[in-house]
Write a new protein. Structure first.
Length: 66
């Protein structure tokens, strides 16, 4: 395992975007009545974190020598 595993700008940004998506989806499920469009927006944000991570990794921001 790498010494810098997950400690890159791409990884931090991907996790942050995913966490925002989970928070949006969680808040939508706690509303009364449940707001399903907002829930699916949160899901889309969470899935979009993979795209954000992939783009940043291709730009070289996932290298351990940042």
């Amino acid at each position: 395992m790498s010494d810098h595993h997950g400690n890159t700008p791409a990884a931090w940004t991907g996790v942050t975007v995913a966490m925002v998506g989970f928070i949006v989806g969680s808040v939508a499920l706690m509303l009364d009545p449940v707001n399903m469009p907002l829930f699916w927006i949160g899901c889309a944000i969470a899935v979009g974190s993979f795209v954000v991570f992939g783009v940043m990794a291709k730009l070289g921001l996932h290298a351990s020598d940042h």
